[in-house]
Design a protein around this ligand. Structure first.
Ligand SMILES: [Ca+2]
Ligand SMILES: [Ca+2]
Ligand SMILES: [Ca+2]
Length: 172
């Protein structure tokens, strides 16, 4: 009898968990990480859109715009972003803008947050993370990503079509 219950639970878990967990961060980030650069939101990513998107990303960590992102610049950028996020979160919580967060406001936020904060944020953490303590040049930053773009662009037309993006997701 004692054996049966765990088995049942296990069987149920086996049926349910693939749906819930098979979608590892890698599965979707390959396509969605790229589609964050889809400036005209047509679901396809041109090489130009991608390059512009990368340049904008790089500009955020190359604060003086000299083409190299130093660890110090990245730290400053990170701090600024963190401060921004805290301020944003606070503003979200403080729905009546009285500068403080009541218990009600806090509770309301909890119900509405829907796991948004738990979303994987790996898309941006590639080479930048690997070279944490080293300066990163624009070439360092972009070359690998553009190579990846080209690798995904099966027909070489400098556009990642939805089919190519889907293939990218499936392969990861
Ligand atoms: Ca597009
Ligand atoms: Ca710089
Ligand atoms: Ca293509």
């Amino acid at each position: 009898m004692m054996n049966r219950i765990p088995l049942t639970i296990l069987a149920t878990a086996c049926l349910l968990s693939p749906i819930a967990t098979a979608q590892s961060p890698h599965t979707s980030s390959a396509a969605f990480g790229l589609l964050q650069h889809d400036a005209n939101q047509d679901g396809q990513l041109t090489r130009q859109e991608f390059t512009d998107g990368l340049a904008a990303q790089f500009a955020r960590i190359d604060l003086d715009g000299d083409g190299t992102s130093t660890p110090g610049e990245r730290e400053t950028a990170r701090d600024a972003r963190r401060t921004e996020q805290v301020a944003e979160r606070f503003a979200h919580l403080d729905t009546n803008n009285d500068g403080s967060i009541s218990n009600e406001e806090f509770a309301a936020r909890k119900e509405g947050r829907d796991g948004a904060q738990n979303r994987p944020r790996r898309a941006k953490a590639g080479p930048a993370r690997m070279a944490r303590n080293q300066p990163i040049t624009w070439a360092d930053f972009s070359t690998e990503r553009l190579n990846r773009f080209d690798a995904l662009d099966g027909n070489g037309d400098e556009v990642l079509s939805q089919a190519e993006l889907h293939a990218a997701s499936a392969n990861r």
